[in-house]
Design a protein around this ligand. Sequence first.
Ligand code: ATP
Length: 298
Amino acid sequence: MSVTVRVPAKVNLQLGVGPLRDDGYHDLVNVFHAVSLFDEVTVAEGPLAVTVEGASIEGVPAGPDNLAARAARLLAEHLGVPPEASIHIRKEIPVAGGMAGGSADAAAALLACAELWNPKLPRQTLMDLGAELGSDVPFALLGGTAVGVGRGEVLTPLPTKGEFAWVFALADGGLSTPAVYAECDRLRAAFEQEAVWPHESPALLAALAGGDAKALGAALSNDLQPAALSLMPALHRTITAGRDFGALGALVSGSGPTCAFLAADAEHAADLAAALGGAGVARAVVRAGGPVPGATVL
Ligand code: ATP
């Protein structure tokens, strides 16, 4: 018997990064939005193993270090069962791209293994185990649009209207999330910028609730963007090109280097994607819609 779970990527519509805490983390206000770029994770009973397929999977560990394998081990420990999970990942979410692909696979593995080992396990238990694996994992289970506070893992779903049309510019190479946070701290210290306590943006919440793409585009923000641009200056050109081609909003997704562009509708997204693709400012350009549901058993 095997179970396949489809799980979406995320883009951060707002990423507010507070001051560095004594424990090395930052307080965050993180508005997550699940978009229709999916990984598929299939788990069959068998010895614990991970295989990965996809167009661009460099850097994804195929062994026990894969986040999906760690998720399977954690759930098996919690349930007191042997970690009998032969895991296959079909990757569409860009690797190390700021779209939480690894976290998505961990969420999918938790759900698939729970289906195999204990289908009655409450979703909340999976959310709690997910938070142990990484702060983006619970959102990959939840999906939709939600705000996370603290380290980003305490989630409240947000009301939205309609579908938003996105274009994503994928970069050559990835950025390490800890390196981008470290660069953010370095830039703040170098320019003596006081990190402010982050708050949810009322303009962003109103735009989401009203389905107003223009207002949403204007309200997008990412406190990690200066750090991502500092580490990968070529992204300046990508962001500027998207703005010049008429994107309603343009920002680095999470810790980058994927750049996200909001379009007015699907037709506008197709035009924007073609223009960005032709401009040679990205390794690849893909379209997606959001919000979409979180990890789902197929
Ligand atoms: P985030 O947006 O959560 O900061 P990201 O999208 O930038 O993350 P990921 O694609 O999640 O980055 O991968 C980060 C690193 O995690 C990879 O470079 C890889 O070494 C490791 N990794 C472990 N398991 C996986 C997995 N299943 N898929 C992708 N990367 C994985």
